[in-house]
Design a protein around this ligand. Structure first.
Ligand code: F6P
Length: 545
């Protein structure tokens, strides 16, 4: 595939800038609803396992048509096909990007046979380990970044499906407190360690693995070979480390796209082979939707285009994700890596500096907790931050609670959903100073001028949000949701003309850490900048304590 057109080289880019100035900047969602009774129906989209309500966004047909024209000019469809067919679109590393092959039918992909064999071997191992006869009650997964966030997020999300006799632990930070807090709960003979690292060179993971092995031996554990397995694309390095049972995978699986591969082993152990296959099936359904649905009705495309509209024309610098489901509380962290490591780039595929912004900051917290922390700023702060609400229609607790408890939990679920809807409503509607002036405010100071108070108590409104709705948080629904995010990141990256599949930005800090570390022994600050030298001396000087 020849290099596609960069978004700012398309004439539509300039047309969008004009359109934004003349129309987009003043667009009022409230007015759009007043003008169009069908706005919800016209701006809600069904995709596998998901309903997405885009109607509370600053978008209309004219804007969307321009964005779609931009996508076509940038060769989005050809770029999408190049990914699915395994062209080496990760140019800087000379690699294909084939995470979709991990959930495709075996006959549909050139790597199908090896993927199927790897999956079957992993699932057989997972099912044997999760059988109570294995004697394993605790699984400690050691990895970081893409070798941690996906499995950790998914296991938490699918907790009601986890075998009740199993506890899954995730250790990622090089900070020994992370590992030690887990180890102190464990007994060696009932613990299984999974060392997950695509490269098997990552400092944090190797340090934690060595410490875990030391603990295992010190605490009288026997049979290291049985209790430590590795998931990696560097089987040789794992063997050198002393691990004999290894589940390998391929360089065409990016770290942040790897939960579908053997990196998903803890998910398979937690929920079993059949449910892991359902997770893959949900993702596969979303892949098909993304690959085959016309752009105008294609959910990852629509959301990716909205991201470009907000980032490059409205100038919004961040997007907040608010999952109204406690099981999805790690989703924002997972999305931070997925989006910001993928699209946090400042040069195009040929290395030319960009003249426009790329990845927004992605952040968030589970609702309703976030409401009591940063929602104040979303409603009344100076920045406009598009919010993405995720609601789940039906709760599922695993063991079916009965009687009064059931009624109370059902009531809590209604409260949860009402909060979710109320927040997007409040962001959109706002409250005028006249409205605020007419309301009682019992906690306000009685001596305050009512006009001043009304200004404090007013909300600008017209703040955009998207609501994604899942029926239930099942493995299939989670698979579809995650795949939707993967493809959405692909779409904005494709328009921006960047390589969404490398991450050179993490290298410099790693290299500097490796050169600082040996200096710690002798407090060797020679040649360091004054700040780093001063901090090193202070950190290593025990006389402060
Ligand atoms: O943070 C950089 C990174 O390379 C990620 O892309 C990756 O997911 C993570 O480190 C872990 O790498 P590995 O799986 O090789 O240990």
């Amino acid at each position: 595939m020849s290099l596609p057109l960069r978004c700012d080289a398309s004439p539509v880019w300039a047309a969008l800038q004009t359109h934004y100035r003349n129309h987009g900047a003043q667009f009022d969602v409230r007015q759009a609803f007043a003008n169009d009774e069908q706005r919800f129906a016209r701006w809600s989209f069904k995709a596998p396992e998901l309903l997405a309500d885009l109607s509370k966004n600053r978008i209309d047909d004219a804007t969307l048509e321009l964005l779609l024209a931009l996508a076509r000019d940038c060769g989005l469809e050809a770029q999408r096909e190049a990914m699915f067919t395994g062209e080496p679109i990760n140019l800087t590393e000379g690699r294909a990007v084939l995470h979709t092959a991990l959930r495709a039918p075996a006959q549909a992909s050139p790597v199908g046979a090896e993927v199927a064999a790897s999956l079957q071997r992993m699932l057989a191992y997972a099912d044997a380990l999760r059988d109570p006869s294995s004697g394993i009650t605790d699984v400690v997964h050691i990895g970081i970044g893409g070798s941690d966030l996906g499995p950790a997020m998914a296991v938490q999300a699918l907790q009601p499906f986890v075998a009740p006799h199993l506890r899954l632990h995730f250790v990622s930070n090089v900070d020994g407190h992370d590992l030690f807090a887990v180890l102190r709960q464990l007994r060696p003979h009932s613990t299984q360690f999974v060392i997950a690292s695509k490269t098997f060179t990552t400092q944090e993971t190797l340090a934690n693995a060595l410490a875990a092995r030391a603990w295992f031996v010190q605490r009288g554990g026997s049979d290291v070979a049985r209790h430590f397995v590795a998931t990696t694309s560097n089987v040789a390095a794992a063997a050198e480390f002393g691990i004999s049972t290894t589940f390998g995978f391929w360089d065409w699986v990016g770290g942040r796209y790897s939960l579908w591969s053997v990196i998903g082993l803890p998910i398979a152990i937690a929920i079993g082979a059949q449910r892991f296959e359902e997770l893959l099936a949900g993702a596969r359904a979303m892949d098909e939707h993304f690959r085959r649905t016309p752009l105008r009705h294609n959910l990852p495309v629509l959301l990716g285009l909205l991201d470009v509209w907000y980032r490059n024309f409205h100038g919004y610098t961040s997007r907040s994700v608010a999952p109204y489901h406690q099981g999805l509380r790690r989703l924002p962290a997972y999305l931070q890596q997925l989006e910001m490591e993928s699209n946090g780039k400042r040069v195009d595929r040929e290395g030319h500096e960009l003249s426009y912004a790329t990845s927004p900051v992605v952040w968030g917290e589970a609702g309703t907790n976030g409401q009591h922390a940063y929602f104040q700023m979303l409603h009344q702060g100076t920045d406009v931050i598009p919010v993405e609400f995720i609601a789940v229609r039906q709760p599922y607790y695993g063991d079916a609670p009965q009687g009064e408890l059931r009624q109370r939990l059902d009531d809590q679920h209604r409260k949860l959903l009402a909060n979710c809807l109320a927040q997007s409503q409040a962001l959109m509607q706002g409250k005028s100073t006249a409205q605020a002036r007419g309301e009682a405010a019992p906690t306000a100071s009685p001596t305050l001028d009512p006009d001043v108070l009304a200004r404090h108590r007013s909300f600008p409104g017209n703040r955009p949000s998207t609501t994604l709705v899942l029926d239930q948080l099942t493995p299939r629904a989670l698979g579809a949701l995650i795949a939707m995010y993967e493809h959405r990141v692909f779409v904005s990256g494709a328009l921006w003309g960047i390589n969404s599949f490398d991450q050179w930005g993490v290298e410099l800090g790693k290299a500097l850490c490796n050169s600082l570390l040996p200096r710690f022994g002798s407090v060797d600050v020679a040649g360091l900048d004054a700040s780093t030298a001063g901090l090193m001396r202070y950190l290593l000087d025990s006389s402060h304590s």
